[in-house]
Design a binder for this molecule. Structure first.
Ligand code: ATP
Ligand code: MG
Ligand code: MG
Ligand code: MG
Length: 586
């Protein structure tokens, strides 16, 4: 008896729940969204919510399996936390308020506050606290594959930014920094393998850790024109970095300037960060209650005074209109800072020179001040609205005088690569498909996760967390693998291995079904277009739209014992004898 799974892998278009569209859906802004809807992979069901049709679910499952496989390979253990949670753990960690309007919160019938989890650091820390008592229990890493919920200020681009989306999130627990570093490196390597297997052109860039807290952090960006992030990359050596990371080279070891102690010029009238948010809301975001909704706030001006410096430095962060995460990042960097008002900066462009990024500032221990009172659209300092410039760049003016000219140390494409010195840097856009963090003890502190150490004293584990947006990854692959006629799936995650098209009724249909049976019995995933009410031309068009890598047309030459193999990516066509086809395609 054939395995039920193999049998299930003979899909027939005539009975498949799908419908192809010739027209682009009106709400689709980016190619992946247009094509995934038009080819019958997903249907919009709610704002930021998509129904996966059978073809889409097959691809999503294959993406998930690759990720699960690589997580298991590095020893991560799969668990599954509830998505529906009481507020308490998130109150304890501070994220109940930190996430702001970005989490879905509500009350149950007893009036108790609840949320739909945006990620599960709290639950992972609590689980380890619940189960582990001794240093001998460590290290351990948990992961889960679960639907996440975030009330994104602007869900967009189909599955690329949903309010409900599938994520793989992992949490490592180690007793010391070396252990955490090892866990981080292991996940970094696994992520490289995952994105390579998925056929993605990606870069690993240093990043801020945003609302998660923590220090070291890197993002995996899938290169695509529709991405919301900008990074610079070297084609020669593969070097990649955030624009701000590359514009300010890390200080050499021993450089006395490497970690200047921060000094903030506090005045009684300087408001706190919370007050800043209020101010920003009141001024620019009437009716909105958090940073995540900062649609109109373009720049924040920061004032920094370094020890011994006569003058404060002037900084400007360009805030993009629709990216709540950047605001979270800014917020995370600024946390202990207070706010100063720098009047009239816009009248003195000559005072500002140089660029610094938030993570560079954070690395240098710089605390800084913020002035949100900047008119929308005044992004002339950062060039945030210019094509190819990163919207979160920071402009830094140091030791400025009225005679200084703007000396932007910004990266131009074309600049020599700082890593290999051979290649040239070019500016690219990317979608964040993965993010890894060294969290440290933020959550284990919050929940007092202590275990007995080797000397009988309690030790507190340190955490890392590692996320991949599985549904977003699928969109990112579609973004990178398509042409004007449709999707072109990498073989590793295509919904089927072979798409058989019966170009006519009668013997051609019979032969296509017969071949489909043979190929699926041989272990291949097969889709047979056995529709009798549509023309061969429509079937060919649909096959190109659906994007299964190999299309076998059972057509004119069947009588001579031949079918045609079409390679979706190259367009190459080859006549193959029916005899031996199964071996050839296996
Ligand atoms: P972004 O910067 O795009 O808002 P994020 O930094 O908020 O993402 P993380 O908290 O780092 O996201 O979550 C881990 C991963 O989950 C991200 O790298 C991304 O792949 C995915 N992800 C985050 N938000 C969404 C979303 N709204 N829709 C789909 N995937 C998402
Ligand atoms: Mg992000
Ligand atoms: Mg986000
Ligand atoms: Mg992130």
């Amino acid at each position: 008896m054939p395995a039920p799974y193999a049998a299930a892998m003979l899909l027939r278009t005539s009975t498949l729940l799908f419908r192809t569209l010739r027209e682009d859906p009106a709400d689709a802004e980016v190619p992946s969204h247009r094509l995934l809807v038009r080819a019958g992979y997903v249907r919009r069901a709610a704002p930021g919510g998509y129904t996966w049709l059978p073809l889409g679910k097959l691809v999503l499952d294959r993406v998930t399996e690759i990720v699960r496989d690589e997580m298991a390979a590095i020893g991560d253990q799969e668990v599954h936390f509830p998505a529906l949670l009481p507020a308490e753990p998130y109150r304890t960690s501070g994220r109940w308020t930190e996430y702001g309007d970005n989490i879905f919160t509500f009350q149950d019938r007893r009036g108790a506050d609840h949320l739909l989890a945006p990620t599960h650091e709290e639950l992972a820390a609590l689980l380890v606290k619940d189960l582990f008592t001794s240093y001998r229990d460590f290290p351990v890493t948990l992961f889960q594959i679960q639907t996440k919920f975030r009330d994104e200020s602007r869900p967009r681009a189909g599955v690329l930014r949903g309010r409900e989306f599938l994520m793989k999130d992992a949490y490592s627990f180690d007793l010391d920094e070396a252990g955490l570093q090892a866990a981080y490196d292991r996940h970094r390597d696994a992520y490289r393998r995952i994105f390579t297997r998925l056929g993605l052109d990606f870069a690993v860039v240093r990043a801020m850790s945003g609302a998660m807290g923590g220090s070291a952090s890197e993002e995996f960006l899938a290169a695509t024109a529709v991405g919301e992030d900008t990074f610079v990359g070297c084609v020669t050596c593969g070097y990649a970095a955030n624009t701000e990371a590359v514009t300010t080279p890390a200080p050499a070891a021993g450089d006395p300037d490497a970690h200047p102690a921060a000094e903030v010029h506090d005045t009684p009238e300087t408001p706190t960060i919370a007050a800043l948010v209020e101010l920003a809301n009141a001024r620019a975001l009437a009716g909105r209650t958090d940073w995540t909704a900062a649609d109109t706030l373009k720049n924040v001006v920061l004032q920094v005074r370094r020890p011994g410096a006569e003058e404060a430095e002037l900084l400007v962060i360009g805030l993009p209109g629709d990216r709540e995460v950047d605001l979270k990042r800014v917020q995370a960097v600024l946390e202990p800072a207070t706010v100063a008002i720098f009047d009239d900066w816009a009248a003195h462009p000559e005072l500002v020179r140089g660029y610094l990024g938030p993570q560079v500032l954070a690395k240098h221990g710089v605390r800084y001040r913020v002035d949100p009172r900047v008119a929308p659209g005044t992004s002339w300092l950062t060039g945030a609205n210019e094509p190819g410039r990163h919207a979160t760049d920071v402009v830094c003016g140091r030791d400025f005088t009225p005679d200084d000219t703007i000396e932007a140390a910004e990266v131009r494409p074309g600049d020599p690569c700082p890593a290999c010195r051979q290649g040239e840097l070019s500016m690219r856009r990317g979608i964040e498909v993965g993010h890894i963090f060294q969290l440290g003890r933020r959550y284990t502190d919050a929940f007092a996760v202590d275990v007995l150490g080797p000397e009988g004293k309690p030790v507190r584990p340190t955490m890392g967390c590692y996320g991949i947006g599985l549904s977003r990854v699928l969109g990112a692959v579609a973004e990178q693998h398509h042409d004007e006629r449709g999707l072109i799936w990498p073989a590793a995650i295509a919904p089927c291995d072979v798409h058989l098209v019966a170009a006519g009724k009668g013997p051609q249909l019979d032969a296509a079904l017969e071949l489909g049976g043979q190929l699926s019995a041989a272990g291949l995933r097969v889709l047979v277009d056995d529709r009798t009410h549509v023309s061969a031309g429509v079937k060919f068009t649909d096959a190109e739209l659906i994007g299964i890598p190999r299309v076998v047309v059972v057509g004119r030459r069947l009588a001579e014992g031949y079918v045609e193999l079409r390679d979706r990516a190259s367009g190459e066509r080859t006549d193959l004898p029916v005899a031996g086809l199964v071996e050839r395609l296996r």
